[in-house]
Every structure is written in C-alpha cells, then in structure tokens.
Design a protein around this ligand. Sequence first.
Ligand SMILES: CC(C)(COP(=O)(O)OP(=O)(O)OC[C@H]1O[C@@H](n2cnc3c(N)ncnc32)[C@H](O)[C@@H]1O)[C@@H](O)C(=O)NCCC(=O)NCCS
Ligand SMILES: Nc1ncnc2c1ncn2[C@@H]1O[C@H](COP(=O)(O)OP(=O)(O)OP(=O)(O)O)[C@@H](O)[C@H]1O
Length: 217
Amino acid sequence: MTQSTQHSRPHIIGLTGSIGMGKSTVADMFRDNGVPVFDADAAVHILQGPGGELVSAIEAEFPGTTIGEGSDAYVDRQKLGAAVLGDKDKLARLEALMHPAVGEMRAQFFADNADVPMVVFDIPLLFEKGGADYVDTIVTVSAPGDVQRERVLARPGMSEEKFAHILGLQTPDAEKRARSDHVVDTGVTLEETAAAVKQLVDQIGQKLAQNADQSDI
Ligand SMILES: CC(C)(COP(=O)(O)OP(=O)(O)OC[C@H]1O[C@@H](n2cnc3c(N)ncnc32)[C@H](O)[C@@H]1O)[C@@H](O)C(=O)NCCC(=O)NCCS
Ligand SMILES: Nc1ncnc2c1ncn2[C@@H]1O[C@H](COP(=O)(O)OP(=O)(O)OP(=O)(O)O)[C@@H](O)[C@H]1O
C-alpha cells in the first residue's frame, strides 16, 4: 500500500557565516522563496529587549548593562558588548544564559512549522556552539575578506580593533566553508546571490521529493 508522501519533519538548513558576510540578507532570500527562517539573533534581541525574559538575569550577572526598571527594562547592547566581548569568561557566561532560552524559541518555531518541507535556522555561531550536529544541511555565506572588511568597517561603532577581535572569536571562514554542504557567495551582485539561493532551494526541494518517492515504493 502506498504510504503518504508526508515527511516526518521539515528538513533543517543551518545557515551561518562570519561577521558581515551577508547572512541576514541571504536569510531574507530564503524567505523570498517561501522557506520559513528562525533567526537566532532576533531571538536574542527579544530576550534582551523591553520586557525580555532574560533582562533581569543579565542585570544580575553584568550589573549596569540594562536600562530602566521592571517590565520596561531592556539590555543596552553596546554596554553589554563592551562588558563581555573582550572577556572570554564573561562571554561564556552570557552565552550560557542565552543558549537555553534561544533553544526553546527555536523548538517552538520548529513545532509551528511542522508541515513545511524545509526550514532555515539562521545561526551565527553554528560551528562555534555545536549547532552543526542538529541540522541536516549546512550552508555558509562567504565573501572575500576585503569585501567583508569593507562592509563591517562601514558600520557605526565599528573599529579595526573590534573587527579583529570579533573575527578572533569566530571559526575562520575557510574552515566554515570546508565544513559546509553548500557555500553561498555574497561577493557578487545581490541578483546573482538571489539566483544562487533560489537554485539551492529548488535543488534541496527536488532531493526531498525524490526521497519521499523512494520511501513510497
Ligand atoms: C554581545 C552582544 C550584546 C553585542 O551586541 P551588538 O548589538 O553590539 O553586536 P552584534 O550582536 O551585532 O554582534 C556583532 C558581531 O559579533 C558577533 N558575535 C556576537 N556574539 C558573539 C559570540 N558570542 N561569539 C562570537 N561572535 C559573536 C556577531 O556574530 C556579529 O557578527 C550580543 O552580540 C550578544 O548578546 N551576544 C551573545 C549571543 C549569544 O549568547 N548567542 C549564543 C546563544 S544562541
Ligand atoms: N551579493 C550579496 N549578498 C549578500 N549581501 C550583499 C551582497 N552584495 C552586497 N551585500 C550587502 O552586504 C551587507 C551584508 O550585511 P548582512 O547584515 O546581511 O550581514 P550579516 O552576515 O548578517 O552580518 P552580521 O553577522 O555581522 O550581523 C548588506 O548591506 C548587503 O546589502
């Protein structure tokens, strides 16, 4: 008897890339192709924003890094960044606070999208935090180092030192590319990158459909 072609769960694409490589832009391109995206950075913003679940825990751990009182209080990310980004132990403590709550939000997103063929988890620290183990396909966004540098240094509040420091915290781009199933080049035009993302979504979709057919036999 023919079984239903329904998948048991969506295929998970882990999208990552180093600072300024174009991850958020490429995540939007996946959305343009109808693929739901879980944005780990956006989850962190919610948890740290006004009324966010972790604001008081962050104030307790890193005094003076939040603004306001009670349910309106929120994290001053510039102050928190200044407090933790230069100190490995403090950064690890912040990550340990954030990680479980982000994981819960990701699980909720996954449950909310149980009926689609594929979803994207946009996770900046996919390799650094072991996320590579729970995704099905790893996609890294990458551009030449000089393009990355130019993009990042154009951002307000960024300096050569800060850029160098953040790069030092992240798995090198070459290693990310080597450990990925696919690399999306963002050192080209937006149109070219958008076409590459569409092709990738089509390719993964076709593979999933083929596998569903086979399990049908
Ligand atoms: C330190 C914070 C407050 C700084 O915020 P700010 O708005 O100033 O910078 P932004 O978030 O845009 O980060 C700038 C760059 O630093 C990189 N970065 C941020 N946190 C980390 C980290 N823990 N390790 C390596 N790189 C990092 C980002 O990828 C980005 O490219 C913020 O990045 C933060 O809360 N980071 C911790 C996130 C976390 O714990 N993630 C793990 C759970 S999923
Ligand atoms: N082909 C391309 N693909 C993606 N982004 C491009 C491309 N060409 C130019 N850009 C520009 O590069 C910038 C990439 O920024 P984006 O915020 O997407 O990076 P990010 O990797 O998410 O950053 P971060 O991890 O530091 O938060 C955007 O301003 C985008 O318009």
